[in-house]
Design a protein around this ligand. Structure first.
Ligand code: ATP
Length: 359
């Protein structure tokens, strides 16, 4: 038996909708150019499939992904033809919830000073990570509407926070801080918990108690707290101060769009959805971006950096480093799409990086 084939990591590739179908092929091209020992299998889950045969996730789909694959590379979901967005909910939230991918890891790194809208911020000034709780909060769709369509209508959206869910993401944050270094090799030192416990006292109280307890077990790590509104202001005023940020599902969603803006826009941001020891899923932070879909305009670097993150997670550090270096060089040489100042299309930017990686 071919031992190289045996040791290949199996990756499920789900481009999804809109620009997902454009950026993921570029990420795949770059993975292949890196020489990573992987076996890639494509899946057509997304709006086209749903409109064709009403399937969002085929029977046994999540069990199959967990059983047969080491990781999943995803593009984006969302299509104006599917008004309910049911396929996006069932596929993307389904993966996060049913595969219990509780840690959404979103690194915030500045590759080049020219990409940051803030004055005087250099790449060395911005290297933090947001760890977003990924299985609870307001995204569980718990709640309901009463007396809909009348003047007395009531809408209730429940914010679910379990002891288990809060504790495991906070523990993940401290372990991440202990384990991971910054890009320059220096150790991480601080974990900041972000909430709105002054207004959301019940859920916030739980987060506060658990944070105090878990931080007490890690005396060498500086524990900090900030309300989410203050954090937004501080992120724009001085992003140098951040290291590891841990927060709930909704605040994590919002502050990472802000953070993406500081990195050069949504097209640059990468993320992983992780359950340690299980099949994890990797996707760029951006959505399907219908207004620019099909125009060869979307920035593929968020997806390419996501692929690098996935390879590093699977133990292929050397390939990941090579890919990150090639993206950095593309940014420096302006071999990029228009959103970050270049003149290339999605395919051409992807090809440039792939060629660089294969050298
Ligand atoms: P979702 O809620 O699914 O995350 P969203 O509503 O936040 O999606 P996106 O689909 O991420 O929105 O995109 C919003 C806008 O950001 C797009 O219309 C586009 O202008 C810009 N954008 C997003 N991703 C990219 C990209 N890869 N390259 C260039 N521009 C992008």
């Amino acid at each position: 038996m071919d031992s190289k084939k045996e040791s290949r990591k199996r990756i499920a590739v789900i481009p999804g909708d809109g620009i997902g179908q454009e950026v993921i092929p570029q990420a795949v091209k770059v993975i292949q150019a890196s020489g990573a020992a992987v076996e890639l299998t494509d899946f057509d889950w997304g709006a086209d499939r749903y409109l064709r045969d009403q399937t969002t996730v085929p029977a046994d789909g999540f069990a199959m992904l967990g059983r047969d694959f080491d990781a999943i590379l995803v593009g984006a979901f969302g299509d104006p033809r599917v008004k309910t967005n049911i396929h996006a909910k069932e596929i993307l939230l389904g993966m996060r919830f049913k595969m219990d991918l509780y840690a959404n890891v979103r690194p915030v790194r500045l590759l080049d000073a020219a990409l940051c809208p803030l004055k005087g911020i250099e790449p060395r000034d911005m290297d933090f990570v947001v760890l977003r709780e990924n299985t609870e909060g307001v995204y569980t769709d718990a709640g309901g509407v009463f007396k809909q369509g009348t003047p007395d209508e009531i809408a209730i959206q429940e914010d679910i926070n379990t002891r288990k869910g809060v504790e495991r993401i906070i523990r993940y944050a401290f372990q991440y801080c202990e384990r991971e270094t910054k890009v320059d090799g220096s150790p991480r030192k601080k974990v900041l918990m972000c909430d709105k416990s002054n207004a959301m006292t019940h859920a916030g109280g739980l987060w506060q108690r658990v944070f105090k307890e878990v931080s007490g077990e890690h005396p060498r790590i500086t524990a900090q707290h900030m309300y989410v509104d203050a954090l937004c202001m501080q992120m724009v005023r001085d992003p140098r101060q951040f290291d590891v940020i841990v927060t709930n599902n909704m605040f994590g969603d919002i502050i990472t769009d802000l953070a993406a803006g500081l990195q050069g826009g949504l097209g640059m941001a990468a993320s992983g959805n992780i359950h340690p020891g299980r099949t994890s899923m990797f996707e760029p932070v951006h959505g399907s971006a219908p207004p620019i879909a099909g125009k060869n305009m979307a920035n593929p670097f968020g997806a390419i950096l996501t692929a690098a993150m996935m390879l590093a997670h699977l133990g292929m550090e050397a390939e990941a480093v090579k890919i990150e270096a090639a993206v950095l060089e593309a940014v420096r040489q302006k071999k990029t799409t228009q959103d970050i100042g270049g003149a290339l299309g999605t395919r051409e930017a992807g090809e440039w990086v792939a060629e660089r990686v294969s050298k």
